[in-house]
Design a protein around this ligand. Sequence first.
Ligand SMILES: Nc1nc2c(ncn2[C@@H]2O[C@H](COP(=O)(O)OP(=O)(O)OP(=O)(O)O)[C@@H](O)[C@H]2O)c(=O)[nH]1
Ligand SMILES: [Mg+2]
Length: 229
Amino acid sequence: MVDDAHVAIVIPLYNEEMVVGKVLQELREKYSKYKIIVIDDCSTDKSYEAACLGGVYMLRHMVNLGQGAALQTGIEFAKKLDCKYIVMFDSDGQHDPEDIAPFVLALDEDKADIVLGSRFLGKTENMPLRKKYLLKLSRIFTWVTTGIWLSDSHNGLRALNIEKFPNFEITQNRMAHASEIISIIKILNMRYIEMPCKIRYTQYSLNKGQSMWNSVNIIVDYFLGSVFK
Ligand SMILES: Nc1nc2c(ncn2[C@@H]2O[C@H](COP(=O)(O)OP(=O)(O)OP(=O)(O)O)[C@@H](O)[C@H]2O)c(=O)[nH]1
Ligand SMILES: [Mg+2]
């Protein structure tokens, strides 16, 4: 059985003051024994204040370093708290807390070392067509660069056995970390599975989400980050 005290939910946060409070409340109610670790990445709005709730470990970067760096800060902190499993969860309300438990169970039953969320296996609604095609393209990119074929290679919901892989380390600061994580799986020879997860596309998330242009930047970041490591 999963020992809840050794599970961490690591949540990168950047300018989500409107939604982060609700996201954390839901997580606290449903996973009261898990360690909930939020890393505010020098938000310019009131996200930090909105996330300072009881029962939440609140960390803060003094400068904006990007989602990859925030995840790594959270992973290091979770290791210090002796956590065995780490769940990566977005703060923008797009993920469904219900999806966490089956991911952690799969790790605990040793079905995999890392579980990757897939919106194409889950009940995702209102996904914009441009996002759908971009994600389909990105899985070809992932396959070419790593040899790993996934249905959804850029999904922020993941769960990983950090006790078994303490050297799992994200070095790509910004959004290119998603591609880097797949490379790490390959380098560390981790057993991975994809599991269904829901992504909520609301007007809020559509207004805020990643732009097409940013996707090009992510690819450039990834290559530069790999070359100049
Ligand atoms: N720590 C940190 N988190 C960030 C940064 N940019 C975005 N995030 C967080 O990372 C999560 C995902 O960011 P999004 O921009 O929604 O990216 P996405 O979900 O991959 O893309 P969409 O499907 O377009 O929404 C959210 O919880 C953001 O708050 C950043 O610079 N630093
Ligand atoms: Mg999002």
